[in-house]
Each structure stands twice: as structure tokens, then as C-alpha cells.
Ligand binder design. Structure first.
Ligand code: FNR
Length: 365
């Protein structure tokens, strides 16, 4: 291959370099992987409305999110254990994020502590993702630790109270090596699972759901966070859940199906986003992830109501291919593609991007 030019080039490089079981872990979706594929296929299926001769002088991709000024609308999605794909792990991700002005949503399942990343000479803008823990106090302790280390927002992931059925990963024999630890979770009490009785109820008999989080836990956490802490929920696909999130004082939503890794046959995020945007009606900002691989995908996400996008697997692909420089290059590539797409649809700023950039056969007027 010539030097990588786009996200798919990085995916191919990563596939060639990584151990097949690690590739299966990072790439696979749930069950028959229909949602994972739908995420990838849905954005390119939308067509764009090219516009000519619109004024483009002074064009930029700046925005404000949580009161933070950002240079572009691309964020790094939380993904576990970057040390599996590159020896520098989350440090490499942080360097690339800082170099490109990209917010990095650090996973609570990272192998590097948030304090270590925040102490880098040039730390990135860090947000922190967490799952509700079995004990509410542990969730609050995690959140407090992240905020004290400098996290500028918290992201509570709500679409994975249990693991999805991940057959491709199971077939690969993937195991997390002993060298990789989830450093933020050490010492917290894990979900209290008990072996299901033979022939008994496999999940419901396991006790795992006795501590599954509910909206009450969101309200409990919201009430205990310092005033002004932005709290986002990640993994909302349904407009009714979006309205519940609003009612529980959440500051932003990430429309996501976990990259298709949890419940298979959920809709593509591209297809779910418009109804969530309609329900929320601009009251809180939306981000979206799942299958974002091109600048045109980003433009379409913004056209359908998102303020920005997260990239998940492409980050791991670039890290595997070449660490921090490769990831920084990938972000610049996506940003450049977005700028080309904006210029050719006549959009000078992100605010100019609306449903009007989408081609509706017979309706362009
Ligand atoms: C994830 N994702 C995820 N989400 C989260 O909230 N916490 C986590 O620790 C992880 N870990 C994780 C590991 C791997 C290997 C993948 C691929 C994904 C989901 C992630 O944040 C995001 O929602 C999707 O990856 C977005 O889809 P794309 O960009 O991968 O298509």
C-alpha cells in the first residue's frame, strides 16, 4: 500500500499487523454483526446536495461544546485497553489528541490512569467515560477522581449493563492478557455474579441484573456532582429515552449503539439520530458515533442534528498502524475531508450544515 490516505487504509494496515484475536476483539460486532455493518453502510447511502459558487471566504470548523472551544467536531470515543494495539497505549492516543485539538473521552477501562495522561507536558482535553458500578458510591468515587484529575466532562455509558453476544470474539479465543489492567477499576467491587444453576436461567439466574443501573442512579449521580459538571449519557438511540435523559438533568447525549457490539439488529445510528434530534429539539447537544469513516459521514451526522462525532475503531486502527503520529494524521485526514465536503456543499461554518445539504430526489428546491 502507498502511504495511508483514509480511514479504511488504516483499517487494512491494522488488520495486517495485529494478532487475529486482538483484531476480532476490536473489530467484531454483536451476534451476526448486522448493526455493526449497518452503521458503516448507512452514512454513505445518504446522498449530498452539491452547491456551486457559494461564498466560502473565512470558512472554519470551530464550535463550542460544554462551554469549551473546539477547533473541529471530531472526538475520540472511549475504547478499552489501547495497550492491546500499541505499546504506548493511551499515552499515544493522548499525544495525538493534544496535537490535533481533539477531545479524548478516556474509557474507565483504560490501561493508563487519567492522572498520568493529565500530567503529560501537553495533555489533551480529557473527558472521562464510566459505567455505573455495582455500588453507587463507587461510581461517584470514579467520577470524583476523574474530575479531580482534570476531566472536563463525564460520559456515563448506558447501553451495556451486560455484555453483548460477541460470537466473532468468542471464536477467536480472545483473552485480555495479564499485562493489561483496567487501572481505574482496581479495588472497586465488581458485579456480583453467581454461576447459574445447571439448566437454569443463564443471565437472569446469575444475579448480575440485581445491580443493573436505572434512571434513579443517573439522578443520584447528577445530584452529587459539583455544580456545572457536564454529564453526558452515551448509548441513547430512542427518543423516549432522550426525553427521560432531559428530565433527569443530563447535559448532552451521545447517540450510539456501542459500535454494534451490544444488541444486534439495533438500527444504524445514522437512522436513529433524526428522531432523537427531533425529540430533544436543541435543548441539549447531541453527539453521534458508529461507522464514521469519512468527512462526508461527519457532514451528514451534523446535517441530521449532531453537534459532533466520535470515532472508535478507526482510532485503534491508526494506533496499531503507527501510534501517535498515525492517529494524528488520521484525525487531520478526517478533518480535511470534512472541510472539502463543507466547501462543495456550500457550507462556510458548521452552523451552515443542516438538512438542506442532503439530497432528497425530486425535492431540491
Ligand atoms: C468500544 N466502545 C466502548 N464504549 C464505551 O463507552 N466504553 C468502552 O470502554 C468501550 N470500549 C470499546 C472497545 C472497542 C474495541 C470498541 C470497538 C468499542 C464503543 C465506542 O465508544 C463507540 O461507541 C464505537 O466504537 C463507535 O463505533 P465505531 O466508530 O467503532 O464504528
Amino acid at each position: 500500500m502507498t502511504a495511508p490516505l483514509c480511514a479504511q487504509d488504516y483499517a487494512e494496515l491494522a488488520r495486517a499487523r495485529l494478532d487475529p484475536a486482538i483484531w476480532a476483539w476490536l473489530e467484531s460486532g454483536g451476534a451476526d454483526e448486522r448493526t455493526a455493518r449497518a452503521n458503516i453502510d448507512a452514512w454513505p447511502a445518504l446522498q449530498l446536495r452539491g452547491r456551486a459558487l457559494r461564498p466560502l471566504a473565512g470558512a472554519h470548523t470551530r464550535l463550542e461544546l460544554n462551554g469549551q472551544a473546539l477547533a473541529h467536531p471530531i472526538l475520540i470515543a472511549p475504547t478499552a485497553w489501547h495497550g492491546l494495539v500499541h505499546p504506548d497505549g493511551e499515552t499515544a492516543t493522548s499525544l495525538a489528541a493534544a496535537a490535533t485539538g481533539t477531545p479524548y473521552i478516556l474509557s474507565a477501562q483504560s490501561g493508563t490512569a487519567i492522572e498520568t495522561l493529565a500530567a503529560l507536558p501537553e495533555p489533551p482535553l480529557l473527558w472521562f467515560q464510566l459505567y455505573a458500578q455495582r455500588r453507587r458510591e463507587d461510581t461517584l468515587a470514579l467520577a470524583t477522581r476523574a474530575l479531580q484529575a482534570g476531566a472536563r466532562a463525564l460520559v456515563l455509558t448506558v447501553d451495556a449493563p451486560v455484555n453483548g453476544v460477541r460470537n466473532a470474539e468468542q471464536r477467536s479465543g480472545f483473552r485480555v492478557p495479564d499485562t493489561i489492567r483496567s487501572v481505574h477499576l482496581d479495588g472497586l467491587s465488581p458485579p456480583a455474579a453467581r454461576p447459574a444453576p445447571p439448566g437454569g436461567s443463564p443471565l437472569f439466574g446469575s444475579g448480575l441484573l440485581e445491580s443493573a443501573p436505572t434512571w434513579d442512579d443517573v439522578a443520584w449521580l447528577r445530584d452529587r456532582l459539583p455544580a456545572g459538571t457536564p454529564l453526558w449519557l452515551k448509548g441513547i438511540l430512542d427518543p423516549e429515552d432522550a426525553l427521560l435523559a432531559l428530565a433527569h438533568g443530563v447535559d448532552g447525549l451521545i447517540v450510539s449503539n456501542h459500535g454494534g457490539r451490544c444488541l444486534d439488529t439495533l438500527p444504524a445510528t445514522c437512522d436513529a439520530l433524526p428522531a432523537v434530534a427531533q425529540a430533544v429539539a436543541g435543548r441539549i447537544p447531541l453527539l453521534v458515533d458508529g461507522g464514521i469513516r469519512r468527512g462526508t459521514d461527519i457532514l451528514k451526522a451534523l446535517a441530521l442534528g449532531a453537534r459532533g462525532v466520535l470515532i472508535g475503531r478507526p482510532v485503534l486502527h491508526a494506533l496499531a498502524a503507527g501510534g501517535a503520529p498515525a492517529l494524528a494524521h488520521l484525525v487531520q485526514v478526517l478533518r480535511g475531508e470534512l472541510e472539502v465536503a463543507m466547501a462543495l456543499t456550500g457550507c462556510r461554518t458548521l452552523g451552515d450544515i443542516g438538512p438542506g445539504v442532503l439530497w432528497v430526489p425530486g425535492q431540491a428546491a
